[in-house]
Design a protein around this ligand. Sequence first.
Ligand SMILES: [Zn+2]
Length: 529
Amino acid sequence: MAGHPFEQFLEVFVPKVAGKSRQLNKAVWILETTGSADAADLKAELDAEVRLFYNDRETYKKLLQWDQDPSLKDPLLKRQLNILIRSFKQNMISPELLQEIVQKEAALAGVYANFRPQVDGQSISENEILEILKKENDPARRQKIWEASKQIGGLLAPQILELVRLRNRAAHEMGYTDFFQMQLELQEVDGAWLKKVFDELAHRSDAAYSQMIDEIEEKQSKSFNVSKKDLGPWAWTDPFGQEDPLDRTDLDSLVEGVDICAASRSFYQNMGLDVQPILHRSDMLERPGKNQHAFCINIDRENDVRTLNNVQSSIRWMETVLHELGHAVYDLGFDPKLPWLLREPPHTMPTEAMALMAGRQAYRYEPLRSLVGHSEKKEPLLKKADESLRRRQLIFSRWVLVVTFFESELYRDPEQDLNGLWWRAVEKYQKIRTPAGREGKNDWAAKYHIGLAPVYYFSYLLGEMFASVIEETLIKQTGSAGLNSEKAGEFLQKKLFYPGNRMAWSELVQHVAGQPLSPDAWISQFGEK
Ligand SMILES: [Zn+2]
């Protein structure tokens, strides 16, 4: 038996949590690949059981005591203690309140999954909306479809607002000013730092973004034959203006006839990483009942890492497969000697950085050329893809700024005019004009993440920033920002993946790049005029 009481606690606690988590992850996998109702029940049961492990007030008290014990010195033990304290802390709110939040979230998720907006008495799916926004040239019809995409906001705003108040009540119980600040702190993110860094990024890339949006509006104006000031947010190819609206269908012809899985496999092979075992466990093709999006799941923190995709012949899916495999190679790269609790990334930010960096390669000229093959006909499209990467980065960064700013304000004061706040943020960051007739609407509530994945979006932009830092570091280490060398693979393996959660994410950035996270690298790649 080990020495310190905390070590004895770990010997009992960890195998129980590890076993139950593995079962939960398998239930998730069955649910997402089949849509089975039994799997959904099982998942909910196992979810509650895992949560119970982190719910015990007596254990939490003991953890806090051990945290004060000077005889506990081992850094790996201290890090495990830190992780446990943060996991327990979010479950220490009163059981009735926790129960109410869980129920309200489940109800909200149900509405999101089943709601279909109505257009002329017909219901219409999310994919149909996207298809129309991609192809329709009649501005009046575009406006109608865009407005339909916001219907869910009006329906759900009161429920989301109730949840926001409950989450804030939980945060107050725990001694935080609001839920946004609590979440950041539990994720080891300094709220003041985050605000400063995002303000800086917004400011420094403002001229570049303005110039780009001018070009985009120029093209939209011509396509739809309306003046710039009358374009409206429905001129974009998605309901939120979060994606690059230019050249979309055009670029897809690059991957025509390309085996996306095989291309991704050889991409990672060039880094010395064999992803065949991951692909073997993964679920790659569309099927009825299956989750329509994409994700990566680490089933057991050993070797069972899988990805779910719905591969179609598009550049978007090329990017997505590379992205999810990026998460997967990260999860398989932890130091195998690390204890179970530390075999995870310290935050979603660094694993997103790896995945986003891999996804970028689906647009960069050189790597894309080796992914899809080269021909005379492809040459101009390869160049177009490369140009689109900068646009994509600028556009997505602005969207993250909107969501993050809105969320911080939403939780600071949920009783303010939220729709006004939303459109002010859209105008400020995305520079998209508020269309007439949105007064009294709840357009902010149409975005899934606001209700159901709160205080998460910011990690994408920090991930992009870190991805740029890593690319800059790779140039110093290997002479190329590209990922297509064993040297690049070794560097990532050793510096980024191997430490797992033995240190906080900010220390990991320092460990990889020798400097703290800043927007400098991202700005010099994408944010200058
Ligand atoms: Zn991801």
